[in-house]
Design a protein around this ligand. Structure first.
Ligand code: AMP
Ligand code: MN
Ligand code: MN
Ligand code: MN
Length: 287
């Protein structure tokens, strides 16, 4: 049965806000029994060729991946792209543009933190950055933990980095339409990441799924690291209601921070069609 394949189609490396290299992630995924893997760095595909080569070296199948930051109804939504051509010029340019505002945003975050007495946060966060184009809130969180302001990164987000808190800076990311189009035009499938994490009303959520479908989106992440069993069951229902393919991915970032390790999630509900069945021709297979 393909639906019990150990697929993990969501995780992050040092190319975005993870702490492991693509090679170390591949090794960890293989050791945990992952059979089909995807590295989905935020707004970035610079790690794709390394990840595919490392997957091959460990005998895993591979799908190209990314997780695009999108602004929809005033909220940040993440769209995972799977199976697109990693050398496609339009998606590369789109992601480059999406990354573009991060440097200025980070400086403004540091100014906000300085106002509450936390100095040097920009330089501090930079020390945790693996890719200078991809400074994220996660890097600030690691700096604030190291500097002793909080016990762990979740506490940093709660106290400093979410809406209304001193280090939060509103930001406009890619449009839903563009993100779905970059992925689709490059031969991949677009998937709504961790839908239970958005603070949408029922109407806004309905609009998200409806517009996503209208723009050519195909899937929803049903089983993922931040979903409870009840949330997975709820979005299994949404997948059926909107006739969407289902995806499964840990969203692993770091051995020290992530509660869900690569390859350890429950399987997709058998009533759903896995997204990888529709991507068979895009899977990179080991020799
Ligand atoms: P950014 O793209 O810079 O806004 O950073 C978003 C990233 O911050 C997400 O991809 C997560 O890795 C991380 N993040 C968001 N919310 C939390 C939270 N409550 N606790 C820990 N990490 C979080
Ligand atoms: Mn992240
Ligand atoms: Mn995400
Ligand atoms: Mn993610």
């Amino acid at each position: 049965m393909t639906s019990i394949l150990n697929a993990d189609l969501h995780c992050h490396s040092v190319v975005s806000d993870g702490t492991l290299t693509p090679e170390a992630l591949a090794e960890r995924a293989a050791a945990n029994g992952v059979e089909l893997w995807s590295l989905t760095d935020h707004d970035e595909i610079g790690g794709q060729h390394r990840a595919a080569a490392a997957a091959r070296a460990h005998g895993m199948k591979y799908l190209t991946g990314t997780e695009i930051s999108v602004t929809f109804a005033g909220e940040t939504v993440h769209i995972v792209g799977l199976g697109f051509d990693p050398d496609d010029a339009a998606i590369s340019q789109g992601l480059y543009d999406t990354r573009g505002g991060r440097g200025k945003r980070a400086q403004e975050m540091a100014e906000g933190l300085a106002k509450v007495g936390i100095h040097g946060a920009y330089e501090g966060a930079l020390r945790f950055v693996g890719n200078p184009e991809l400074i994220s809130r996660t890097h600030f969180a690691r700096f604030l933990v190291e500097a002793g302001h909080c016990r762990d990164t979740s506490e940093v987000f709660r106290k400093f980095l979410t809406e209304g808190k001193p280090g939060y800076v509103p930001h406009r990311w890619a449009s839903l339409r563009n993100a779905v189009q970059w992925i689709s035009d490059a031969g991949g499938l677009a998937v709504i990441a961790h839908p239970a994490r958005y603070r949408f009303s029922a109407n806004e959520e309905f609009a998200l799924f409806t517009e996503f479908k209208a723009h050519g989106g195909h899937g929803v992440e049903v089983v993922t690291g931040s979903h409870s069993a009840a949330e997975a069951a709820r979005y299994a229902g949404t997948a059926l209601e909107f006739d969407l393919l289902a995806s499964r991915g840990s969203d692993f970032h770091s051995p020290d921070e992530s509660h869900t390790d690569l390859g350890t999630l429950p399987p997709l509900p058998p009533t759903l069609r896995p997204v990888w069945e529709a991507l068979d021709g895009r899977i990179v297979r080991p020799a």
